[in-house]
Design a protein around this ligand. Structure first.
Ligand SMILES: [Zn+2]
Length: 249
């Protein structure tokens, strides 16, 4: 798999001088090393606590950006997932956590080209946070050691459209109220309707940005990790037409 633009070994060699030693073939797992040549073996290296410790928040975000670049370019790595299942059976050390929408077009592991044990993913229509998801994010970072939180919005989001249209349906009604602050804070030009594409996209972007603020305001645990430089939170938006993720902050 020589088409891998930046694998983990190259990444750590470039951005974390001295950390490369942590990424040994032992960490990669013998199966991954045997089944894939060169860079792919490193790209498929299973995340371990030792490897996770060498990754800074900025590097974690960079790894996701590189993964999305592979996804968009059609050069995703082809790892031995069952080898990774065996490697992670005794524990996990994901380097990042993504809060995304349930939308079938935006599976975090696929759009960031990540494998078994690489990232946590919380998914809810409209990619907001509530007590349960914030608790999950506190586990992912404070307990399990992840270095970055990505709030991943996406274009053409049905939940955002539903909120804009003020849809009422069962429990969906209460759920969509989580997106209302973004609607309230997005300037409206034209009609307030899901047919107003520019408005829908602006609300989706605002919703991701407000979710970052909301998370920091509601979690002393995560705010402490951010203040100490141990964790970084960023908003991002996936374009369902191109597969590209744009980081907003
Ligand atoms: Zn959505």
């Amino acid at each position: 798999m020589t088409h891998v633009a930046v694998d983990r070994r190259q990444f750590f060699g470039t951005f974390a001088a001295g950390a490369g030693a942590a990424l040994t073939l032992a960490a990669a797992g013998p199966a991954a090393a045997d089944n894939h040549g060169g860079g792919a073996a490193a790209a498929c290296a299973t995340m371990t606590p030792d490897l996770q410790k060498t990754i800074t928040p900025d590097q974690a975000i960079e790894m996701l950006k590189e993964g999305n670049a592979r996804f968009v370019a059609g050069t995703t790595v082809n790892c031995d997932l069952m080898a990774q299942v065996k490697d992670t059976a005794g524990g996990q050390a994901p380097f990042a956590v993504v809060v995304g929408c349930i939308d079938s077009r935006v599976p975090p592991e696929l759009v960031f080209d990540q494998q078994i044990g690489d990232i946590f993913a919380a998914r809810v229509a409209g990619n907001f946070v509530n007590t349960d998801i914030i608790g999950s994010l506190e586990f992912a970072t404070a307990v399990a050691g992840s270095k970055a939180i990505v709030i991943l919005a996406h274009s053409s989001c049905g939940a955002v459209k539903g909120a804009v249209d003020d849809v009422k349906l069962g429990n969906l009604t209460a759920m969509l109220e989580n997106i209302q602050p973004a609607i309230d804070q997005t300037p409206l030009t034209g009609e307030k309707s899901s047919k107003n594409t520019d408005y829908v996209e602006a609300v989706a972007t605002k919703n991701a940005e407000l979710t970052v603020d909301n998370l920091l305001a509601r979690s002393e645990v995560i705010k402490g990790l951010v203040d100490s430089g141990d964790v970084k939170i960023v908003a991002a938006k996936h374009d369902v037409a191109t597969g590209k993720v744009t980081f907003l902050s």
